[in-house]
Design a protein around this ligand. Structure first.
Ligand SMILES: *Cc1c(COP(=O)(O)O)cnc(C)c1O
Length: 396
C-alpha cells in the first residue's frame, strides 16, 4: 500500500512546490527576541514574531520558570481532573480572569485547543453559530466539531451579521464569534456594533483575543477594553503563545457557568495533558508584571505609530491598522517574496504573504512590531524598506 501512497504524497508535495506555496523553515539558534541569530550565523532584526511585548526572553519570566522547576518539577503526567492541577494552575486561571475582567478561566495546552473545545459542549443542533469568514483556523475547526448550524458573515461586515442574525432567530441559542484582531490586515473587530446587534437579536458573543490581548486597548486588555466592553462578552479565548511570553498555552475566560461546563465536557481539556508548572508560573509572573505597569503596551503603541508614520512618509501603501500588525501592500505575490528575501539580506526578517493566505492580488509583507524593538531597530527597518522598495520600484 505505501508504495502507492508514497507516489501520491510526492505528487502532492511537487504540486505545492510548483505553486510556490511550499513553506521552508528558517532555523534560529538564539532566543526569540528583537534581534535573532540564524543558523548560518546571520544576526537579523526580527519583524515577524508574535512577540508583541518583547517578553519571549524576559529575565523575570525565565526566573519564574526556573523557580517552578525546583518547586513543582518538570511535567504533570496527567490531565487536569486526574492529578494534573497544581496551586499554580489555579492562580494563573484567576490572574487571567482579573486581567480581562471576567468571572473564571480554564487553561488549555494551546488556544487551538481552547477554540477546538469551546463550541461542542455548549451548543447543539438547535443552536446557531454566526462566524466571521476571516476567523482563525482553530475557530473554523472547533465549529466543525459542533452540531450547531453555521452562518457566516464577511469580515467585519455588520450588515451581513444583522442579516444572519435575522435568519438565525428560529434557533434556540445564538453565538456570534469573531477574532479580536485579524492577523493579515491588523484590523479590529467592530465590537461595539457586534455587541449592539447581539443585544438587539438576543445572541451571545465570543471573541478570540489571541492577536489583541496584551496589544490592543490603552492597557492591552484587548478589544473589550478598546470598546469599553470589559466583562460584557460571554466568552474570550486567548493564547500565552503570543504577547504573553510566547511559550505555549491557551485559555477560555468568561461567564463562570460556561467555564464550569467546559471543565466537565471540553474534550481537549479532558483528554490532553496539563500545562507544565514552569510555563504556568512564568504566566503568573507575566500577569503580575502586567498589573504593575502598562509601560510595555505604551512602548508597543509608540513603536507602531512611529513605524507606520515613517513608512507612509516613505511612500509605502499600508493597510490601516489598529494593532501591532502592519501590512505593507505590494499586491504581487512574486514581488512580495522577492522583497522579503532582499530585506533579509539587509538584516530585516519579514515574511511575504500571498494567496491562499490572503486574497488573490492582495500580496503583502506583514510587519509585526514589538515593545522589544528600539528606535534604532525601527530606523534600520525603515531604511532597509526604503532602499529595497526603491530598487524594486515599489516607491519613488
Ligand atoms: C495564534 C492564534 C491561535 C492559536 O494559538 P495557539 O495558542 O498557538 O494555539 C488561535 N486564534 C487566533 C486568532 C490566533 O491568532
Amino acid at each position: 500500500m505505501y508504495t502507492r501512497m508514497n507516489a501520491f504524497l510526492q505528487a502532492e508535495l511537487e504540486q505545492i512546490k510548483s505553486a510556490g506555496l511550499y513553506k521552508e523553515e528558517r532555523v534560529l539558534v538564539s532566543p526569540q527576541s528583537a534581534e535573532i541569530t540564524l543558523i548560518n550565523g546571520a544576526r537579523v532584526l526580527n519583524f515577524c514574531a508574535n512577540n508583541y511585548l518583547g517578553l519571549a526572553d524576559h529575565p523575570r519570566l525565565i526566573e519564574a520558570a526556573k523557580e517552578a522547576l525546583d518547586t513543582h518539577g518538570y511535567g504533570m503526567s496527567s490531565v487536569r481532573f486526574i492529578c494534573g492541577t497544581t496551586d499554580l494552575h489555579k492562580v494563573l486561571e484567576q490572574k487571567i480572569a482579573e486581567f480581562f475582567g471576567t468571572e473564571d478561566t480554564i487553561l488549555y495546552a494551546a488556544a487551538f485547543d481552547a477554540n477546538g473545545g469551546v463550541f461542542e459542549p455548549l451548543l447543539g443542533p438547535k443552536d446557531a453559530i454566526i462566524s466571521d469568514t476571516l476567523n482563525h483556523a482553530s475557530i473554523i475547526d472547533g465549529v466543525r466539531l459542533c452540531k450547531a448550524e453555521l452562518y457566516r458573515f464577511a469580515n467585519a461586515n455588520m450588515e451581513q451579521l444583522e442579516e444572519r442574525l435575522i435568519l438565525a432567530q428560529e434557533h434556540n441559542f445564538r453565538l456570534i464569534v469573531t477574532d479580536g484582531v485579524f492577523s493579515m490586515d491588523g484590523n479590529v473587530a467592530p465590537m461595539d456594533k457586534i455587541v449592539e446587534l447581539a443585544n438587539k437579536y438576543d445572541a451571545m458573543v465570543m471573541v478570540d483575543e489571541c492577536h489583541s490581548a496584551g496589544v490592543v486597548g490603552p492597557t492591552g486588555r484587548g478589544v473589550t477594553e478598546l470598546f469599553n466592553l470589559r466583562g460584557e462578552v460571554e466568552i474570550i479565548t486567548g493564547t500565552l503563545g503570543k504577547a504573553f511570553g510566547g511559550a505555549i498555552g491557551g485559555f477560555t475566560t468568561g461567564k463562570k457557568e460556561i467555564i464550569a461546563l467546559l471543565r466537565q465536557r471540553s474534550r481537549p481539556y479532558l483528554f490532553s495533558n496539563s500545562l507544565p508548572p514552569h510555563i504556568v508560573n512564568a504566566g503568573i509572573r507575566m500577569f503580575e508584571m502586567m498589573s504593575e505597569t502598562s509601560e510595555l503596551q505604551d512602548r508597543l503603541h509608540e513603536n507602531t505609530t512611529y513605524f507606520v508614520e515613517h513608512m507612509k512618509a516613505a511612500g509605502f501603501d499600508l493597510k490601516p491598522t489598529k494593532s501591532a500588525i502592519c501590512a505593507v501592500m505590494l499586491y504581487d505575490a512574486f514581488l512580495s517574496k522577492q522583497m522579503a528575501d532582499m530585506l533579509l539580506e539587509e538584516g530585516i526578517y519579514v515574511i511575504g504573504f500571498s494567496f491562499p493566505v490572503v486574497p488573490k492580488g492582495q500580496a503583502r509583507i506583514r510587519v509585526q512590531l514589538s515593545a522589544g524593538h528600539t528606535r534604532a531597530h525601527l530606523d534600520k527597518a525603515i531604511a532597509a524598506f526604503t532602499k529595497v522598495g526603491r530598487k524594486l520600484g515599489v516607491i519613488q
